[in-house]
Design a protein around this ligand. Structure first.
Ligand SMILES: NC(=O)c1ccc[n+]([C@@H]2O[C@H](COP(=O)([O-])OP(=O)(O)OC[C@H]3O[C@@H](n4cnc5c(N)ncnc54)[C@H](OP(=O)(O)O)[C@@H]3O)[C@@H](O)[C@H]2O)c1
Length: 294
């Protein structure tokens, strides 16, 4: 970064699972040394008055003014709402980056979103459709949220219930032939989902890319070697670190434009900076995201 990088006014900072995880030292981008600044991303005002979005991850954004590498600032179109962008960018970029940079996704292909009822999963349903997916299957625990996702464009739903046989049967019926899985759950629920989908697959040489994005159900899985060699099956991840930052910047620019145009949105739950403790403790309702306004 240039030593002449200017201070920028911060307008809005999202409090995402990664924001809390980084601050708690539990995220792979958590700073190694203290003191450290919280905040994983922000909408900022530049010196010329224009707005930009920045993803600073471990570098921190939760301050009235920050210094960033200007090359990492993604331009925000005039008229965009900083709170909506701060709420939506982090959840939406997870599926956007995965589908645009990590897998050979093509319009018309089918996508299963495992863990679709959280904000990132819900955005994944919208993003997949926006990028041309032919069929999108939403799998999650919250039945009301699944029904809302169906009304908002999901082609099929899979209810994740404590009844493992019923859950496996639902995966087999709805998702046996998908091309891409965007997985926000991982852990034991993913082991079940993989067994069910692979077990029911009829076209075994048809490529299936299973993309780990989130770990709401655990950080590890046991994967049988048989699963990998008996099917055209690839397991990979998507996140900061797995994609070149220049490529990410290009993709983020398109995503910001799509959000600003109203293609997708997470509802912001705004708090002023002087209520930062209440903001940090706030548990978001499905479909909303805490945003600190500065
Ligand atoms: N790699 C990336 O680029 C990237 C970017 C953004 C987010 N992420 C990750 O994606 C994950 C989700 O983020 P988010 O913003 O969507 O968080 P969120 O809005 O808080 O949603 C998390 C959801 O996970 C669901 N969940 C928790 N345990 C589950 C389980 N065992 N089975 C099924 N669903 C379960 C819950 O839904 P119900 O209570 O409705 O079941 C909850 O609403 C996090 O791990 C986050 O770090 C990754």
């Amino acid at each position: 970064m240039s030593i002449f990088a200017p201070f920028l006014d911060v307008l809005a900072v999202g409090v995402h699972p990664a924001t809390r995880g980084i601050a708690a030292g539990k995220h792979y981008t958590s700073p190694k040394n203290l003191p450290a600044l919280a905040g994983a991303d922000a909408v900022v005002r530049r010196a010329d008055g224009s707005l930009a979005h920045v993803s600073a991850m471990g570098a921190g954004t939760l301050a009235e003014r920050i210094v960033i590498d200007p090359a990492t600032a993604v331009p925000v179109p005039d008229g965009a709402d900083p709170a909506v962008l701060a709420a939506t960018m982090n959840p939406a970029l997870s599926s956007w980056a995965a589908l645009r940079t990590r897998v050979p996704f093509q319009a018309g292909q089918s996508v299963l979103v495992h863990g679709a009822t959280g904000n990132a999963g819900s955005m994944a349903v919208k993003v997949a459709k926006h990028l041309g997916a032919g069929r999108v299957i939403a799998a999650g625990r919250n039945r009301n949220r699944l029904d809302e996702l169906k009304a908002e464009g999901a082609d099929a739903i899979v209810a994740l219930t404590p009844d493992e046989d019923a859950t496996a049967a639902a995966f087999a019926e709805a998702a046996a032939e998908v091309d891409v899985v965007l997985d926000y759950v991982w852990g034991a629920p993913t082991e079940l989902a993989m067994r069910a989908v692979l077990g029911a697959r009829t076209q075994r040489t048809r490529l299936l890319d299973w993309v780990q994005i989130g770990g709401m159900g655990g950080d590890a899985i046991t994967l049988s070697g048989h699963a990998l060699c008996s099917t055209a099956f690839r397991v990979l991840g998507s996140g900061f670190g797995s994609v070149d930052m220049q490529v990410m910047q290009r993709e983020f620019t398109e995503l910001v434009a799509a959000i600003a145009a109203g293609a997708m949105a997470v509802r912001p739950h705004p708090f002023p900076l002087d209520q930062v403790e209440a903001a940090w403790a706030h548990e978001d309702e499905p479909g909303e995201r805490t945003v600190i306004l500065l």
